[in-house]
Design a protein around this ligand. Structure first.
Ligand code: HEM
Length: 534
């Protein structure tokens, strides 16, 4: 009898403990006096996402539409409160002006959660992040991009030749979701790891299949993500880790082993592994850069001083360098792949934009006089830059980003109200919603590259166009991504037009999922060989 009583008490106590944990934050925003989406215990505002009744964009845009005029409002990702910022001026303040109070993304993604991925630049925090970013930033200067231009050109040429070959045998219907990663995986792996995976021509390329497995979370990974989202404490207690062994081993062989071999044998290759090796040897220096102002690269980020105090952190392990190589690969191939999918879709759907782009491409081809495209010529193409900038606006591949407060901070609103943000509080920057806000972009659903013309782009407020984030923590690879995407579009459209086909969907929509960014019914366009300049 006593045992039964004990069990009943234990169950009541456990139930009460779980209930307290799940409900402790429910009044969080009420205390701050800001509007918020009413949460459910345990699930916060994420139940519809979990039940696949809503996709990730809808889960951000719906509350944004309700509360955007209040500058700051609250949402709950499961039971974790997030301040959402809907005002460009405040975004600028948090990401640039008062960056020192918002250095990190999310401190709780630490060694306990994953020993390997917590070493990546994206997850590193405070002084470690500042130092690592300073170490890595020379890798992404325009002069280094120029060094990698040739490598990417080869991939783009191979992609076009492959499709020209296909065109000899009939219509070329391109399944963009399946096809573009073949280019971006080859591009990023050549530039970062120094080898190509034969992804474009070989349907069964091992590297391509490996990258696709990395992209799609396994059933087990999905479960781990769910546990992590519901209770980080429980996740850590279970001793779970995110990185799959297959992925770890691949990058160990491709980065650490290769770095050691090159060091031993004095081998040099123009890729990121080489630059990571130079960083390990303390020899990676920032060289004088190309004058960015001369290039049409509107979306590219400015590299800020990180304010690193300790210029000589020397305890970086090989695993730290490997984690950066892994991150460049993972962050690089899928985002640029999405950008190419969106650009192709929007060009096929907007013939007048496509015609204008083709006119610019033909002018450049004429000037080149049958010589291959150069880094400078590509970056002087204003209209191409406008098209890519608009594709990044209308469908930003990273549709939100985050910051975590690391020093208590008073956020002052225009109406005089002050919101006390505490160390550890999370901030969500809803990129997609801001890009589609009529207050900042008129007729936001229209694909209109003219927004980025010389006359118009000056009126785009800082903080309202943020496909690569903003401030010292913005995307380090923006120049690489833009170069890779522009090169492919230039090369493809020198030979083909992009047409709507039977499989092209009327509207792009995401599949409802909490962990995947996949378009419903995919993205299909037809590549139709051009009559002139072939
Ligand atoms: C179209 C392509 C890409 C998009 C849209 C994109 C977008 C972003 C965004 C939004 C962030 C967070 C920025 C912030 O919070 O302010 C980010 C961070 C990052 N991205 Fe990208 N990215 C792209 C391509 C790349 C490529 C090609 C690389 C590397 C080769 C890369 C490497 C990184 C890294 C390392 C970070 C973390 C930076 C840090 O925490 O200091 N990205 N990216």
């Amino acid at each position: 009898m006593d045992t039964y009583l004990l069990i009943i008490w234990a169950v009541i106590f456990l139930g009460y403990f779980i209930y307290k944990k799940a409900t402790k934050n429910l009044k969080f925003f009420e205390k701050h006096g800001i509007p918020y989406e009413k949460p459910l215990p345990f699930f916060g505002n994420s139940l519809k996402l979990l039940m696949k009744k809503e996709n990730m964009i809808e889960s951000i845009v719906n509350p944004y539409e309700k509360f955007k005029n209040s500058f700051v409002y609250g949402v709950f990702g499961m039971n974790i409160p997030n301040f959402v910022i809907s005002d460009p001026e405040l975004i600028k303040q948090i990401t640039i002006k008062d960056f020192d109070s918002f250095v990190n993304h999310d401190k709780s993604f630490n060694e306990d959660v994953d020993k390997f991925s917590s070493k990546m630049l994206f997850t590193l925090v405070d002084e470690k992040w500042r130092h690592m970013r300073t170490v890595l930033s020379p890798i992404f200067t325009s002069s280094k991009m120029k060094m990698m231009f040739g490598i990417l050109s080869e991939c783009a040429n191979e992609f076009v030749e492959h499709h020209e070959e296909k065109a000899k045998h009939g219509k070329v219907i391109v399944n963009c979701v399946e096809t573009y990663p073949r280019y971006t995986v080859d591009g990023i792996s050549t530039a970062v790891l120094g080898f190509k995976g034969d992804c474009i021509k070989n349907e069964d390329s091992k590297l391509y299949k490996f990258a696709m497995r990395m992209r799609k979370p396994t059933f087990i990974t999905n479960i781990k993500i769910m546990i992590f989202l519901i209770s980080r404490w429980f996740y850590v207690k279970l001793g779970l880790q995110m990185t799959l062994k297959e992925v770890y081993d691949f990058f160990y062989n491709a980065i650490i082993k290769v770095m050691n071999e090159r060091e031993e044998k004095g081998i040099f290759r123009p890729d990121v592994v080489q630059l990571l090796l130079q960083a390990r040897q303390g020899q990676l220096q920032k060289e004088s850069d190309i004058n960015e102002k001369e290039l049409s690269n509107f979306s590219a980020n400015i590299e800020y001083d990180t304010g690193a105090q300790n210029k000589k952190i020397t305890n970086w392990t090989d695993e730290h360098y490997m984690a950066q190589g892994f991150l460049f690969f993972a962050a690089g191939f899928d985002t640029t792949n999405t950008l190419l999918q969106i650009t192709s879709y929007c060009l096929a759907k907007n013939k007048e934009v496509q015609d204008e782009l083709i006119r610019e491409i033909d002018d450049v081809l004429q000037e080149l006089d049958a010589k291959p495209i150069t880094y400078e010529a590509l970056h002087k193409m204003k209209y191409l830059d406008m098209v890519i900038s608009e594709a990044l606006r209308i469908w930003p591949p990273a549709f939100a980003t985050s910051r975590q407060c690391n020093k208590d901070y008073d956020l002052k609103l225009k109406d005089g109200k002050v919101i006390k943000i505490k160390d550890g509080d999370l901030i969500l920057i809803p990129t997609y919603a801001i890009h589609h806000d009529e207050r900042f972009f008129t007729n936001p659903e229209k694909f209109d590259p003219l927004r980025f013309s010389d006359e118009n782009k000056e009126s785009i407020a800082v903080g309202s166009y943020i496909p690569f984030g903003l401030g010292p923590r913005a995307c380090i690879g923006s120049r690489f991504a833009l170069m890779e995407a522009k090169l492919l579009i230039f090369n493809v459209m020198s030979k083909f037009t992009m047409e709507v086909c039977d499989k092209t969907t009327e509207k792009l929509e995401l599949v409802p999922s909490m962990t995947e960014v996949t378009f419903k019914n995919g993205i299909f366009v037809e590549y139709r060989p051009r009559k002139k300049n072939n």
